[in-house]
Write a protein that binds this ligand. Structure first.
Ligand SMILES: C[S@@+](CC[C@H](N)C(=O)[O-])C[C@H]1O[C@@H](n2cnc3c(N)ncnc32)[C@H](O)[C@@H]1O
Ligand code: SF4
Length: 309
């Protein structure tokens, strides 16, 4: 389920760039956390507690870092990235800074109108990932945004009507939404969008309430079996690899640290330009830090589960 903006010959170009980045031990994916501020109120993530005054220290442009790392994959995230009124110019500058890239925006969707989505699409976003963990009222409650689920469901057809053909749900599998996983896939199929699953972690703020260990493990294994079965029958809706899905029960059972090792080729750039990475092989990150980031000084920000070079 790739955007029609990409043609089959782009695959060869991306493979070439991937090989080039790998040979130079550079990050493949750079996450730009354009703000840590957020207007939600999730109990599993503390970004919304960021003081409004943090706005003053947010970079106006991430183009320097984009040019420096020259990654293949770029994600704009946060906090809530749509709180940045200048997000279009941030995206457009990064778009101009990197010749070959695939750009994703992750949002809770509470402020995602068709107009805003279209201007971000025109600025250079190739894929919209909208967080959705429940189809019922639990989603609004979990995010602390009344009417959020309904807003997302209304925004998607409006975006598609504007020609935005690459939308995915970002769904975190937790102990209290196992009943929602297959229905979310079915809803995604109806709406003509994809679903990307990840697994709940307490590494963000220490909240263990949603961890998938203990009793839900059996139910989880059954849900994963159903997802693999759906994937076999209908390719393109669930965007995770079979391998990732197959590893989820092993990860939850404590047999491995994470269901995929993509983190070792990933860099996070925070709103002030400091970096953190879960990987230790990305030598370019150390050079970025020695350079002082994008105007930032001091040590790189360490995140839970991430190792700072
Ligand atoms: C930190 S949010 C930033 C973007 C935006 N505010 C949002 O929620 O979509 C990025 C993604 O991380 C997910 N997330 C937040 N807390 C998490 C946790 N404790 N475990 C796993 N995923 C989490 C969110 O659901 C979202 O899809
Ligand atoms: S998960 Fe997203 S919406 Fe929730 S507090 Fe964190 S940044 Fe905000």
């Amino acid at each position: 389920m790739l955007s029609a903006r990409f043609k089959p010959w782009h695959v060869a170009l991306f493979l070439g760039k991937y090989a080039w980045l790998t040979a130079r031990r550079r990050p493949v994916l750079v996450h730009f956390e354009v703000t840590l501020r957020c207007n939600a109120g999730c109990s599993f993530c503390d970004y919304w507690k960021t003081d409004a005054s943090a706005r003053a220290s947010e970079l106006k442009s991430f183009a320097d870092a984009a040019r420096f790392f020259n990654p293949m994959l770029v994600t704009f995230t946060g906090g809530e990235p749509l709180l940045r009124r200048d997000l279009e110019s941030i995206v457009a500058e990064v778009d101009r800074a990197i010749a070959l890239k695939y750009v994703t925006l992750i949002t809770h969707g509470g402020m995602l109108t068709a107009d805003r989505a279209e201007s971000l699409w025109n600025a250079g976003v190739h894929q919209f990932n909208i967080s959705l963990d429940y189809l019922d009222e639990r989603h609004d409650l979990a995010r602390g945004i009344p009417g959020l689920g309904a807003k997302i469901m209304a925004a998607i057809p409006a975006m598609r009507a504007r020609g935005i053909d690459n939308i995915r749900f970002n769904t975190v599998i937790k102990n209290d939404n196992l009943d929602q996983i297959v229905p979310i896939v079915l809803r995604a199929r109806e709406l003509g969008v994809g679903v990307n699953f990840s697994v709940y972690t307490d590494a963000k703020n220490g909240n263990r309430d949603y961890l998938l260990s203990g009793e839900p493990e059996r139910e989880l294994a059954d849900v994963v079996r159903q997802l693999l079965d759906i994937k076999r029958r209908r390719r393109g809706v669930i965007t995770n690899s079979d391998y990732y899905l197959e590893q989820i029960p092993r990860y939850v059972g404590g047999e491995m640290r994470e269901p995929c090792r993509s983190g070792i080729r990933t860099i996070h750039i925070d709103p002030t330009g400091r970096h953190s990475t879960a990987g230790v092989t990305v030598t370019r990150a150390a050079r970025w830090e020695r350079r002082g980031g994008s105007g930032a000084v001091g040590p790189a920000r360490g995140t839970a589960g991430a190792q700072t070079l």
